[in-house]
Design a protein around this ligand. Sequence first.
Ligand code: KIV
Length: 276
Amino acid sequence: MEDKMTVKEILSLKGKRKMTMLTAYDYPLAYLVDKAGIDMILVGDSLANVVLGLDSTTKVGMAEMIHHAKAVTRAVKHALVVGDMPYESYQVNPAESVNNARRFIEEAKCEAVKLEWFDRCLEVTAEIIKAGIPVIGHIGLTPQTADKIGGFKVQGKDAEQARRLIEQAVALEKLGCFALLLECVPDKIAEMITKKIKIPTIGIGAGPYCDAQVLVIHDLLGLYERFTPKFVKKYINLSALILAALEEYKKEVTEEKFPSKEHCFSIKEEELKKLG
Ligand code: KIV
């Protein structure tokens, strides 16, 4: 698949067909995600948990995100690649936020950035869009500021909270975001938002009515065993397959079955003789 997805195409697909997004953080998996024809790749700050073994997404910064985003964009021919702005890269100062967003585009060759909702989200999002950088908003459960929203909980479960989410969605659409990620939101609220706004919604733990779905690739592949959220479907248990392969390798080496003749390089007898 070589036809490159664009922001315009993502916008135009709302209501025509469901779209797909997956995270990726390195060349080999980004290559496969792209080859499978997934529409969008998010270089997520979930990098912290599933790749770097950290306990919070707030523990990765711009240096790590750009490093991994570069590996992803090297592999991708089809999907739209979105860089996830890490904690404190956009919360502190709007001018610095624009510089950081620009690094995803210019250095890492991403096509858009994603920002989680926080109290100055509208001001910062407006500045980034004004700089010509396409933005995906992110509302509902926002892990970077989970401590301010009552922890890692479903958001919008009462009318007041749900109304706030709808207002945030409308405000982000009005500012010019081209898509909106909804994380851990009741399916009926995600449906209301999806019907109310003209930009595509991308759901994770937000039910089937969203225009697109996203999952963390390590969850989908069964490669992250520490914690599996309710909304995850494991399509394969790669951890078990990898472990079996590694144990087989260990066994063959200790039993002197690997390497066998087919994995060895040879030298002619006459050359060997010259060595005495
Ligand atoms: O970083 C991440 O993986 C995310 C998810 C919501 C997909 O932001």
